[in-house]
Design a protein around this ligand. Structure first.
Ligand code: DAH
Length: 336
């Protein structure tokens, strides 16, 4: 058996080791492990308690003083450590946001599509059902695609600076999606049916005109497509967008790139007629450059004013409402 002095050194060292171990512990379970390591059945302490059992009361007292002292210090430290860990747990809990699941949720405002987008989607969906493909193209165009290739003469008034936004002597903001007829002809082999939605730009501003508006261009190149077929398509299209009892009429018109040409009007709730699209049989001068066999194929085209359709559909009196970004106005339009 070790002397009292030796024993007290042994336990001093064990205590040091214990302190070090406890310091690195941050959860309650590990504190309990640590406690049983130093005070439990298999601990050095218990072994010594067993050893001194057989000693005389006098000597036992002296030894057990060291042992009990050690045990006491361990218990105190364990207690402090546990309190410390519990306090930290509580502090962390306070920092975590407490959720009250019974509170009503915060509402997330759902956006809605712009009415012009809704109408474009409706129109496209009709034409896609009719076997058309859709294409998009550049808003910055050149003179060739926007005017010249469409048989628009050099001196045509629409080429004026007062009508068209020019960047330089060649480039401009397209004034019509008809420019895409040319790009479609460059891109695809005939026959095809194609629709092209997009923005167009003109110097204009009043209750029925804005400097930017939307058109949907259509081009059909097929064997034996006729003026009558075109009228049938257009009537069916308007019945799809509005209803079967909508009143429409065709008028003679003139466009440099179609011959014959038509314009189509629709009757509004007050009984007046509003122009919504132009169209016709594509002029031979337009097709000439593309080596299309005119014995075999004919072509018809149309250009729809999207805002006009939207104004009629939603009963909107001023085209400028579409572009004022007034949230209360825009909120009204939900997709059906
Ligand atoms: N591009 C014409 C316009 O902006 C509309 C138009 C007329 C398009 C006749 C066509 C067409 O494709 O055949 O006023």
């Amino acid at each position: 058996m070790k002397s009292l002095k030796e024993l007290s050194i042994v336990f001093k060292n064990i205590f040091k080791e214990f302190k070090q171990e406890l310091h690195n512990i941050h959860n309650l379970q590990k504190v309990d492990y640590c406690k049983s390591k130093y005070l439990g059945k298999k601990s050095v302490l218990i072994q010594y308690f067993k050893k001194i059992k057989k000693f005389s009361v006098e000597i036992k007292k002296k030894y057990s003083f060291i042992l009990n002292n050690f045990k006491q210090k361990i218990l105190e430290n364990i207690l402090i450590k546990k309190k410390d860990i519990k306090r930290k747990i509580l502090e962390n809990k306070k920092n975590i946001i407490q959720y009250d699941v019974s509170l009503p949720g915060r509402r997330i405002e759902t956006g809605s599509l712009h009415p012009v987008t809704i109408i474009i989607q409706k129109i496209l969906s009709f034409f896609l059902k009719m076997g058309f493909i859709s294409l998009e193209g550049p808003e910055i165009e050149d003179e060739y695609h926007n005017f010249d290739a469409l048989n628009i003469p050099q001196n045509h008034p629409s080429k004026n600076f007062s009508d068209t936004f020019w960047f330089d002597s060649n480039r401009l903001l397209r004034t019509q999606t008809s420019s895409m007829q040319i790009r479609a002809l460059e891109k695809y082999e005939v026959p095809f049916r194609i629709v092209i939605p997009g923005k167009v730009y003109r110097y204009d501003l009043d209750s029925t005109h804005t400097p930017m508006f939307h058109q949907i261009e259509g081009l059909i190149i097929e064997p034996l497509i006729s003026f009558t077929n075109l009228k049938w398509f257009l009537n069916l299209f308007l019945q799809d967008i509005f209803s079967t009892d909508i009143k429409t009429r065709f008028r003679n018109s003139y466009f440099p790139f179609t011959m014959p040409s038509l314009e189509m009007d629709i009757q509004n709730s007050e009984g007046s007629w509003l122009e919504i699209l132009g169209g016709g049989i594509v002029h031979p001068n337009v097709l000439k450059k593309f080596n299309i066999n005119s014995e075999k194929y004919s072509a018809c085209a149309f250009g729809i004013g999207v805002e006009r359709i939207a104004m009629l559909k939603y009963n909107i009196s001023d085209i400028r409402y579409f572009f004022e970004n007034n949230i209360n106005f825009l909120k009204q339009f939900k997709k059906e």
